[in-house]
Design a protein around this ligand. Structure first.
Ligand SMILES: Nc1nc2c(ncn2[C@@H]2O[C@H](COP(=O)(O)OP(=O)(O)OP(=O)(O)O)[C@@H](O)[C@H]2O)c(=O)[nH]1
Ligand SMILES: [Mg+2]
Length: 295
């Protein structure tokens, strides 16, 4: 599935981020804890260059805790976006359900990496990432007041927001950015399943079938529990049909409304109603994710 969605404000956001980057002391890159690989934007990697970076795996309340722990170990050992291990990258996992913990972890990680430059007393940090990942929620959590509008759809933030925290750190929030061509189809589908693109840009059924395959393979017990299935359907197509039957997604004549059934599954995943689910594990990846040799 290719996604035809690259709103104009993303082009200007990219320019604004590029212009701001030289004066930043640390980059806060917000990733989706359910898919830290798919949600890592190569454009952010390119724009941040050698700036110290805190990778914040957010929405960890929705992700499988064991898998998140594995990602943190993985990301702590390697800066996955580069060829060489780097001391300039730290990874933490947070959830807005635990705001004080989120504030403490970010303060600690930024404090360790960001040294204020150019005679300033406090550091400057820039918050970047893909759409709908939780950037503005994070800036509000850090500021302990509402400075940025948030919403459960992509492209809520359309322009830069600035805030100075109680500790003096200056933070900027930016619109979510994507990169013009997402090379990997599976990455695109994971991003779609998680809500990084507007629903109008999606083929709901295709996205739900993709998610259903992962859930059947990795979280069958959560599916069985949520949809009260004594035996699991033998494939994604059959699962969507069964969800349609169970949830009463029917059209005239008793025909299953597959679009509605797909919508139900996507909604149950995104809201956490199905349970805590990760779509990716570090061991799913080779290439740049291969352990680096010590020499
Ligand atoms: N469960 C859960 N939801 C979260 C968390 N952080 C953010 N959200 C939700 O994620 C949705 C998107 O949050 P935003 O902060 O608007 O995301 P954003 O990255 O600023 O999005 P854009 O400005 O559109 O790029 C909202 O519905 C938030 O309530 C979290 O830690 N856990
Ligand atoms: Mg926002």
């Amino acid at each position: 599935m290719s996604i035809q969605w690259y709103p104009g404000h993303m082009t200007s956001a990219r320019r604004v981020i590029a212009e701001a980057m030289p004066t930043q002391d640390v980059v806060i890159e917000v990733l989706d804890a359910r898919m830290p690989h798919a949600s890592e934007n190569p454009l952010v990697t390119e724009l941040r260059g050698d700036k110290p970076c805190v990778k914040v795996l957010t929405k960890s309340d929705l992700a499988d805790p064991e898998v998140t722990a594995a990602w943190l170990v993985h990301l702590a050992r390697f800066d996955t976006t580069r060829e060489h291990a780097s001391g300039q990258v730290r990874a933490i996992a947070i959830t807005t359900d635990r705001a004080a913990d989120a504030r403490a972890q970010i303060a600690e990680a930024c404090g360790a990496l960001a040294k204020p430059t150019r005679g300033r007393k406090s550091a400057r940090a820039i918050i970047v990432g893909i759409p709908n990942v939780g950037k503005s929620t994070l800036i509000n959590t850090l500021a302990q007041r509402v400075v940025a509008k948030v919403g459960d759809e992509p492209a809520v933030t359309k322009s830069k927001q600035l805030v100075v925290l109680a500790n003096g750190m200056a933070l900027s929030d930016h619109p979510g950015i994507l990169w013009p061509k997402i090379e990997d189809d599976d990455d695109t589908m994971r991003l779609a399943f998680g809500g990084a693109f507007p629903d109008s840009a999606l083929d709901y059924e295709e996205v739900a079938l993709f998610g259903a395959a992962i859930l059947l393979a990795r979280y069958p017990e959560l599916l069985a529990k949520r949809y009260k299935l004594a035996t699991l359907p033998d494939g994604p197509e059959a699962l969507i049909s069964e969800i349609g039957r169970r949830r009463g997604c029917l059209r005239a004549g008793g025909v299953i409304d597959r679009h509605k059934a797909a919508d139900a599954l996507i909604h149950d995943f995104r809201t956490g109603t199905l349970g805590r689910i990760s779509l990716e594990r570090p061991e799913d990846f080779a290439g740049p994710y291969e352990p680096l040799s010590d020499d």
